[in-house]
Design a protein around this ligand. Sequence first.
Ligand code: BES
Ligand code: ZN
Ligand code: MN
Length: 493
Amino acid sequence: MKYNIENKIDNINIKYDCLMMYLFKNKLINNIKLNNKEKKYIYKKIKKNNFIGKLNTYLTIKNKIFNKINYIIIIGCGKYKKINTEKFIKIIKYSYIFLKKKKFKNILLTLNNLNIKNNYWKIFNIIKNFEKLNYKFDKFKTKKNIKDNKTINFLVQKKNKNNKYKLYIKNSLIISKGIKISKNLSNTPANVCNSNYIYKKVKKYIKNKNIKISYINKKKIKKLKMNSYLSVNKGSKNKPIIILIKYKINKSKPIILIGKGITFDSGGISIKPSKNMWEMKYDMSGASSIYGIMYIVSKLKFNINITGILACAENMIDKNSTRPGDIIKTYSKKTVEIINTDAEGRLLLCDILSYVNIFNPKYVIDISTLTGSCIIALGNKISGLISNNKKLSKYLLKASKQSKDYLWELPLFKKYKKYLKSNFADIKNCSDYPYAGTIISACFLSYFTKKYKWAHIDIAGTSYNEKGSTGRPINLIIQFLINYNIKNNINEK
Ligand code: BES
Ligand code: ZN
Ligand code: MN
């Protein structure tokens, strides 16, 4: 889809297939700049058709009052007072479904009547939702979807703000594209999407003079003695890789974003049940969200340093696989007894978490499909958050509220650390205690994050659903970065 700004209903140069406007139940359209004759004309039609503006209804009027418009479409919005972000998104979704059914190509869309926030916010959210609804993953279908060639023209009255509106359109499209390429990567099955494939995609899509992409290959991982990281990949014929994407714009401490990138999680020798095991192709969703985020970072102009790290490997079964009971020495020198090879995410992450100390980070945030327990605790609409720093979790929760990319904080409850005591090594990778699996996974990680402010986001439930990858929590992290960027710039002045 394409998006544009229009300042007049009666633009003599352009013909529109339809003018789309919004009507609340029993509330007259006052906000749109119409003259009395135009208003009368529309009201007459509304009355004649007994249209009352119920949510998820529409009225089509064959236009005879504006020169260059074929149809007037009125979308019902329900009760006037009840508009909030969720309802706004419902209305937008309905508009999209309506447009999808019709052959309209050039659409003039009025924003004024949607009484929520400002026009910039509306444009941002309409584009993001339209693009989301328009997403189809057909890479492996022989018959591809036909591309949508509609143009949405936002009708805004003040011409002097056009440039700012256009910037919002541009940025909304950048964010939508970041989400789209991340979903594509997550949806790609593990026989295609291995560590090397992820690296190729990163190189292809992320390019900017302030960005440096590097990697740590298997040989180097070995040399660095990241034995915990390596233990995960031992059963796989695909090589592990750590991809580093550094966006450096000034001398400030970087925000480090780490993504779990298990391209397939069979469980290893502690094999998973076969039911739904195919879903474990999504076990690289943390890494793929970092990929989307860093694409967006490369296109928007943030004034903060951000490093994205994609920790890629595959957890497979083989004669070389790590066995339950094996003891390894992590990069931090702490030894770990691997009780369950299916608790591989934390084994991968712990070495990266120790490694990032060299970057002297401002904050470290890891995004991981880490525990099935998180789905039991929070379902598939809310990601889990666990942090060792109140301020950081406050910022993330705020960004979550703004972006509607839901997040709920669980405690880093230190007393549960005792369940990770091992008889044979310093700690073990999972406990016999059958409860609070998400908190215990974070307890494990917390051994390796003592030197900085850290937050862990568990996206096991939210990163995919029955329709495929969701692209979460990209919106959340981008909102967090935008807020942090604004705050930082003010502090500098
Ligand atoms: N990748 C899984 C977690 C997961 C489960 C993600 C379901 C998405 C959907 C992770 O590696 C895992 O297997 N975790 C184990 C940990 C346990 C062995 C301590 C789990 O949650 O069962
Ligand atoms: Zn996993
Ligand atoms: Mn696992």
